[in-house]
Ligand binder design. Structure first.
Ligand code: SF4
Ligand code: SF4
Length: 348
């Protein structure tokens, strides 16, 4: 059997199990096969030909791809890459979910991306610094156009190119790894110099392909600017605000303090319990695994409700969508807002 997974990445795992307590799906089931270690064992069996790849299909879908298993791993296992490789093997033909096929069709070509932009009034095209560009994302430009508008307003030195494509994270995470890398390379050529993104998931994928030095997530970039903000007020009081981390920004890029420091300037910052834990959005997961996605987010919704926050700030559009949906379902009044929009409120 030809090699399916990167053997060196499989070999790194020493089966210590340190990753188990960090894994949300292991927390849900307590089953070894739903843990990072268990999935790597299954991958090894597929690699050696002892197991048919189809036996890994269910777990490749159940795993959130949150990469919470990576920072806690003493052996430096790149689990996220192994999961991408598993989905590239398995999520082909009839195994590729219909929703994913539809999403690929939209973001994988120029017309689809243009339509997404035409449907929403996102940041306007402009030529500022030719070596500094704002990334507009694919679904973020359609669902949350105010995010790019806020970022563009806060950073007038940044160029905005409306013709830009998608970074390919959606493809890379859902069975089209090589296409996803190619899309990232193309975006890197289209937007020379530094790319600023308001989506943690996109930042992690893009930086893994074109280089960490070329990508700055919004909170990282804003932290380097010498700008002061005022405390945001709501009904006569300073806002109480918490943060939902982006899994890939936190676990893939190690960015955790920048958004917190910014929020402390904008209001009374409250750390949400397990703020770094996945909210269950996980890219396409909330669409493909709705019941499990809701199980993952349920405690977080209770925690947010108990804190009586005015806002939960997000740094990734998938988290915004998930928390808006689930807080509304639970009738929690806390508003969900992207960090860039909240900073813009502090500048007024
Ligand atoms: S993935 Fe890392 S933490 Fe988990 S069992 Fe393997 S070596 Fe240990
Ligand atoms: S990516 Fe997340 S859900 Fe998947 S094995 Fe790692 S910690 Fe568990």
């Amino acid at each position: 059997m030809s090699e399916k997974f990167s053997q060196d990445k499989l070999d790194r795992c020493i089966s210590c199990g340190y990753c188990l307590p960090a894994c949300p799906t292991y927390q849900l089931t307590g089953a070894e096969e739903s843990s990072p270690r268990g999935r790597i064992t299954l991958m090894r069996a597929v690699q050696s030909g002892k197991l048919e790849p189809e036996n890994l299909l269910a777990e490749s879908g159940f795993c959130l791809g949150c990469r919470a298993c990576e920072p806690v791993c003493p052996a430096g296992v790149e689990y996220g890459v192994l999961l991408e490789e598993a989905r590239e093997i398995l999520w082909q033909g009839k195994n590729r979910p219909l929703i994913i096929r539809g999403l690929f069709l939209i973001v994988g070509n120029k017309l689809g991306m243009k339509l997404l932009g035409l449907l929403s009034p996102m940041a306007k095209e402009r030529k500022s610094n030719p070596e500094l560009h704002l990334m507009l994302g694919c679904f973020e430009r359609r669902l949350y156009p105010d995010v790019s508008k806020a970022a563009a307003k806060l950073a007038p030195e940044v160029s905005v190119c409306k013709e830009q494509g998608c970074c390919g994270a959606l493809h890379a995470h859902n069975g089209e790894l090589e296409k996803g890398k190619e899309m990232a390379r193309q975006l890197g050529e289209q937007l020379p110099g530094t790319i600023i993104t308001t989506a943690g998931g996109c930042a992690a994928h893009l930086s893994s392909v074109i280089g960490r030095d070329r990508v700055k997530e919004f909170s990282e970039y804003w932290s380097t600017k010498e700008s002061s903000v005022s405390k945001v007020q709501n009904n006569g009081h300073t806002i109480r605000v918490g943060l939902q981390d982006s899994c890939h920004l936190r676990n893939g890029m190690g960015v955790t303090q920048e958004p917190r420091e910014i929020l402390k300037q904008l209001g009374d910052y409250v750390e949400i319990p397990n703020a770094g834990g996945c909210c269950g959005a996980a890219g396409s997961y909330s669409l493909l695994q709705k019941p499990n996605s809701r199980k993952v987010v349920s405690q977080k919704v209770k925690d947010i409700a108990a804190l009586n926050l005015d806002y939960v700030a997000t740094v990734n559009p998938g988290c915004t969508r998930q928390l808006v949906t689930e807080l509304r379902r639970a009738k929690v009044k806390t508003k969900v807002i992207h960090l860039a929009e909240l900073v813009a409120m502090g500048i007024k």
